[in-house]
Design a protein. Structure first.
Length: 271
């Protein structure tokens, strides 16, 4: 009896669940054969990651670029299961999405491109990769998994790439112009409504960059469109030395060409 596509997908999800629980491959294969009637050869291919019910699972390397990718996704990414595809999306401006696509290409070892949505003039990257889809969703639910992955090797580089990806997604280089200042001040601002996630970023900046950013809280408010905005947390770097250390190590797309002279002028001022 032929096994339908939907049955194969259900079997594959159970297969991965049992595997994550530590069940032996031999026991899993026997159960999949008994319950779903899936051939042993197909099941062995699932166990080695060669194929899935949706075709190729896709590769995923845990290199430095991966931590940029996951940082960007935790800021501006989303995951959809749509028409039997495990899709991961990222939306942003052209420079950000092109950089994300380049980093992602290294992770999955195939060319990824960014595209423009001409209806609203935004850029996006869409990729179908079961491994990235599952890992992204798992990390969003349990941030400890991110820490465990980051600490396996190359912790410093992984941390810096993660900070860079998250800042490209959620950060801002603010130019503060005040009448009392001849030279506008610079503030680096990262905003998100997930305090636990911002705490990870904060601790990484303290450890890897020697920066101690400060929090401010934006209370819930009613927007001009009539919908409520959630409480938002801002992680900010005001001190000149902190801005300098950040800029020396982090090559962010948020430092737009028109802002570079302001940053250079601010950093060139003597205390």
């Amino acid at each position: 009896m032929e096994v339908s596509r939907l049955e194969r997908i259900a079997a594959f999800e159970l297969f991965n669940k049992l595997k994550a629980e530590g069940t032996s491959t031999k026991v899993i294969i026997k159960e999949m054969q008994t319950k779903f009637g899936i051939p042993k050869g197909t099941l062995y291919n699932w166990s080695t990651g060669k194929t899935s019910p949706l075709g190729s699972i896709g590769k995923l390397k845990f290199n430095e670029e991966f931590f940029y990718v996951i940082g960007a996704l935790l800021g501006d990414g989303c995951a959809y299961y749509w028409r039997n595809e495990h899709q991961v999306w990222l939306v942003g401006d052209r420079k950000f999405t092109e950089k994300f696509a380049e980093k992602l290409s290294v992770c999955i070892e195939r060319k990824v491109k960014s595209y423009i949505n001409r209806s609203n003039n935004t850029w996006f990257v869409k990729i179908s990769n079961i491994l990235l889809y599952n890992l992204f969703k798992d990390i969003r639910c349990d941030l400890k998994k991110l820490k465990d992955l980051m600490e396996k090797e190359n912790f410093e580089n992984n941390s810096l790439q993660f900070i860079e990806g998250f800042f490209d997604a959620e950060g801002c280089v603010k130019i503060i112009k005040e009448k009392v200042r001849k030279t506008p001040k610079i503030c680096l601002d990262i905003s998100n409504n997930n305090f636990e996630l911002l705490e990870i970023v904060k601790k990484l900046m303290e450890k890897q960059l020697g920066i101690k950013p400060k929090y401010s809280i934006q209370k819930p408010f009613l927007g001009k469109d009539g919908s409520w905005r959630k409480k938002n947390y801002h992680l900010r770097i005001y001190k000149k030395e902190g801005v300098r250390k950040f800029m020396d190590k982090i090559n962010s797309t948020k430092l737009k060409p028109e802002k570079i002279p302001y940053v250079q002028n601010w950093l060139s001022l003597t205390p």
